[in-house]
Structures are given as C-alpha cells and as structure tokens.
Unconditional design. Structure first.
Length: 391
C-alpha cells in the first residue's frame, strides 16, 4: 500500500469514527471529546496499533490549525461587554486556580520528600489547562450563562498565566539546584507572551477592517482560513505562542469589526472536522506505558492537582463574585490537562536532565488521566449548574 493511499484510508476511517463518537455522545451524557480520546487510545499504538504515530505525517500541522481555530473562538468570547460584566470573575478565578495549583502541588510533593526543583517544576506544569477540550464541552453544552462565559474567559487567559509561572519556576529550580539563577527562561517567556500579543494585534486590526467586505457584512470562509493559517504560520516562524496570538487576534476582531455581528461563524462551521481529528490523534499518541511508569508520584500529583484546582476555583470564584455553588464547581470544570504540560516538561528536561525522565513520564502519564476525566467533570459541573446559572 502506497503512503498516499494509507493517508486517505486513515483519514476516512478517522472521520467516520468521529461521526460515530458524535452520535454516541448525543445519546449519552459522555462528552464526545472523551469518546474521541478513548477511541484514539483504543486504535493507537497503546491499544490495537491500527493508527501509528507516523500514519499522518501532517498530524502536527493539523493540531496547530485546530488549536489556532479554538484560540480565535476563545478570543471572540472576550467582547468588551463580556469583560465589563465578567472581567473581575475571569481575573480572580484564573489567578486563583493557577496560584493554588502551584502551591498545593509543590507543597504536597515537598511534604512527601520530593526534591525541591522537581516539586517546583511539577507544580508549574500542573497549571496547564486544555483549551480545546474545555471549549468543546462548553459548546456542546449549548446554553450561554455567566458561568460558561467566565470559564471561556479563564481558558483564554490561562496560557499566559501558565507561561509566566513556568518561567519563574525554572529560575527558582535552577537557584535551588545550585546551578545559579538564569533569567533566560523568563525573558523567553516574556518574548513568547509579548510577541504573541503583538502578532495578534498586527493581524487583528487589519483583519477587523477587511473581514466581511467582499460581501457586505458576510465574512467568507476563505477569510477565516486565511487568518487562521497566517496566524499559525507567523507564530511558528516567530517562535511565539500561536494560541495567544490567535486569541488576541480574535478578541481584536470581535471588538473592532462593528460592520457585522460576528466574525467567526465561518470558523465554527469548519472547525469540527479539524478538532475531531485532533482529539482522535491525541488519544492515539497518548502513552499508556508512561501511566504505569509514574507510580506513586503520579498518584500524588493527580490528587494534589485536583485539590489545587478545587481550592483555587473556590477561592478565586468567591473573590471574583461568583456564587457559592459556581465557586465550588469551577475547579472541577477546569481539570483537563493539555499537551502544553508535555511541552513544559520537555523544556524543563533540557535544563534538568537528572529529573527529565521523571517529569516527562509524569506529564505524559497524567495527561492521559486528565484528558479523559477532564471533559467528564466539566460536563458534570455544567449539568449541576444548568438550572441555577444566570446569563
């Protein structure tokens, strides 16, 4: 079988599998994200081996495009009126969850006797949230409430918080490890953050003026694809976060393109096939062997991360003006852990080779757990609040 034939066969099978997962998800209370990830696990190298890591040579590109689309849509939720109404809750909830997660995971691991550099880095890695899985469950839920708008805002800014915290953790771990403090990682994080914001502005401002001009007030599908691909490509070329760049461009366009109602209907219409493949391939590449390799440390990390998210959600929600029930469920709604955690572990492993294997196994293994249970807890929290949440 030729390589091209294999690619088309795999793509066709994955699209039909996504359709089956979507149908099953509509008839059950299981989010289709979880179904897709489990299906990917089953057919991937950790399961039946029907889909290998190299089956789709453009899988990385497909993932980048899917996540950039998610970023645009998340940015599109940051309307000025939304920020006026929910900005306080978004700020406090996001800060509370990030800081509590770092404190609880780091402190808990230190009490268990884990070396300080490893505990600090694990705490920073625990801040990573999966924007794609969370956004997909929120959209599947359907109803727009104060709670869902706040969650979308938190997921949109989460990457920026996590990036800064991780850079600071690297500096602290270097100092505690006796290697001397280096500010290189902090400057790197500031470049990735500032560069992404600048790129989003540079593309968003003209994009807001030009979108919907070919047909008055009707953004075209080709416009949406052009913006998404250009944002992703330039972000990769400049080595900045394409998630933050896409989110910034989306926020700028939705607030500046006043000549039509909403700039991203076309992205919503074409996003699902990309996301379906993304989740299936993410499941297929999850390493079950790493799950067994982390042992007791992994179990402690999972328990501590859940505790940190719940505590941070409650504290941040109360400070941000959410009611008691929303605050109690905020952390549960934001448990998903993305491949960003694995990326953080890879960076940390370069500077701390002695802890690199442990960090990678920890990030990969626990991502398997949180990617499966995270969408379930998000859907559960939304159901619990569906009767009491206010728009």
């Amino acid at each position: 079988m030729t390589g091209l034939a294999e690619i088309f066969i795999v793509l066709g099978a994955l699209f039909l599998a996504a359709l089956a997962a979507d149908t099953l998800g509509r008839r059950t209370r299981v989010p289709r994200v979880t179904l897709l990830l489990l299906l990917g696990l089953a057919v991937g190298e950790g399961g039946l081996g029907l889909v290998s890591n190299g089956a789709l040579p453009f899988a990385d590109a497909l993932s980048t495009i899917a996540l950039t689309m998610v970023a645009f849509l998340l940015g599109g939720t940051l309307r000025t009126e939304t920020l006026r109404a929910h900005g306080r809750a978004i700020l406090w909830l996001s800060a509370g969850i990030v800081l509590a997660t770092v404190a609880v995971v780091t402190g808990g691991l230190l009490l268990l006797g884990v070396a300080a550099p490893l505990a600090i880095l694990a705490g920073a890695i625990a801040t990573a949230t999966d924007p794609a899985a969370t956004q997909e469950v929120l959209r599947e839920h359907g109803a727009e409430t104060r709670f869902t708008l706040t969650l979308r805002g938190v997921v949109a800014v989460d990457d920026a918080w996590g990036m800064i915290v991780f850079a600071l953790a690297l500096v602290a771990a270097q100092a505690l490890g006796g290697e001397g403090m280096s500010l290189d990682h902090l400057w790197r994080a500031l470049w990735e953050l500032g560069g992404a914001l600048a790129l989003g502005l540079a593309l968003g401002l003209p994009g807001a003026v030009l979108t919907g001009r070919v047909r008055e007030g009707e953004p075209q599908q080709v416009e949406a694809l052009g913006l998404v691909f250009l944002t992703a490509g330039l972000a990769l070329w400049l080595d900045v976060s394409y998630l933050l760049a896409g989110m910034t461009a989306g926020a700028v366009i939705v607030n500046r393109a006043l000549h039509h109602d909403y700039a991203f209907h076309e992205i919503e219409r074409i996003e699902w096939p990309f996301l379906a493949l993304f989740f299936l391939l993410a499941g297929a590449t999850l390493d079950l062997a790493a799950l067994w390799a982390i042992g007791g440390l992994g179990l402690a990390y999972v328990v501590l991360r859940i505790a940190g998210r719940l505590l941070g959600g409650w504290l941040g929600g109360r400070l941000g003006g959410l009611d008691a029930r929303e605050s109690q469920l905020s952390g549960a709604a934001l448990l998903s852990q993305a491949g960003v955690a694995v990326g953080m572990a890879l960076v940390a492993a370069q500077d701390f080779p002695e802890a690199g294997e442990i960090l990678l196994s920890l990030a990969i293994g626990t991502t398997v757990i949180f990617e499966v249970i995270g969408p379930l807890t998000t859907a559960w929290a939304l159901r619990r609040l569906s009767r009491s949440a206010t728009p």
